[in-house]
Design a protein around this ligand. Structure first.
Ligand SMILES: [Zn+2]
Length: 231
């Protein structure tokens, strides 16, 4: 079952040389996901999908560019929350940066798991759960600072949910970093200028959700943490 947790999506088809490079990096990714399992306090890292696309966002202050990953409700795997990483990021981000991306996205998965469970608990029994990121109209795309502020609101606290190592690595991708800038330059060279698929990312997520696929260990841990929070 473990090997199914990292899925390489090959539609649309990708050039052979890129496919070969992705296969090499995917081996590292599978190992890293297992290492993360051991580091997340009894919680398995979410399913990971590697997408053959370079997502970009363009913010109205002129910043923005390639986006390495996101969380979404997966079409491929039972409408569960998955972390998606782009192929060009898998190829051009170094190991630490990629683990930073995985840790960053994990904080979104935990936040969404808790929030979807809350919405589901309030919905009439048996009705499909509709859930979406609010604040969509809230000008998140006005500037990098706006975007980061809202993005952080859709995460749980790193201190409660990540090891010291993972907090440090997430931090590498959450603030301006020359290593990220260099990786983005390489993505432009090796992916974008080659004419491989580029899509504007849609950061506003709505959809119906399979609540049976929520990770109960995340929910149990959230309850324990709430119990520990001094009032
Ligand atoms: Zn984010």
């Amino acid at each position: 079952m473990k090997d199914r947790r990292v899925v390489i999506v090959r539609d649309p088809e990708i050039p052979l040389d890129i496919g070969a490079a992705v296969a090499g990096r995917a081996r590292w990714l599978r190992d890293e996901v297992e290492r993360l399992d051991a580091e997340l306090d009894g919680i398995d890292f979410p399913y990971v999908e590697v997408m053959p696309v370079c997502w970009v966002h363009s913010l109205r202050d002129g910043t923005g560019g390639p986006v390495p990953g996101r969380v979404t409700i997966s079409e491929h795997s039972d409408r569960r929350l998955v972390v998606q990483v782009t192929m060009p990021a898998l190829l051009e981000y170094d190991d630490d940066l990629l683990t930073g991306v995985l840790a960053h996205e994990y904080l979104h998965v935990v936040h969404m798991t808790i929030d979807i469970d809350r919405v589901a608990a309030a919905a009439p029994p048996g009705s499909p759960v509709r859930w979406g990121l609010q604040d969509a109209a809230n000008n998140y795309d006005r500037s990098w600072r706006n975007y980061r502020r809202l993005d952080a609101r859709w995460q749980v606290s790193p201190r409660n949910w990540l090891s010291d190592r993972l907090q440090r690595l997430a931090d590498l991708v959450e603030r301006p970093n020359p290593r990220v800038e260099a990786a983005i330059e390489r993505i432009k060279q090796s992916w974008v200028t080659r004419g491989l698929p580029v899509e504007k990312i849609n950061l506003v997520m709505t959809g119906s959700f399979n609540t049976r696929s929520l990770d109960t260990r995340i929910l149990e841990r959230a309850i324990r943490l709430r119990e520990q929070t001094p009032r």
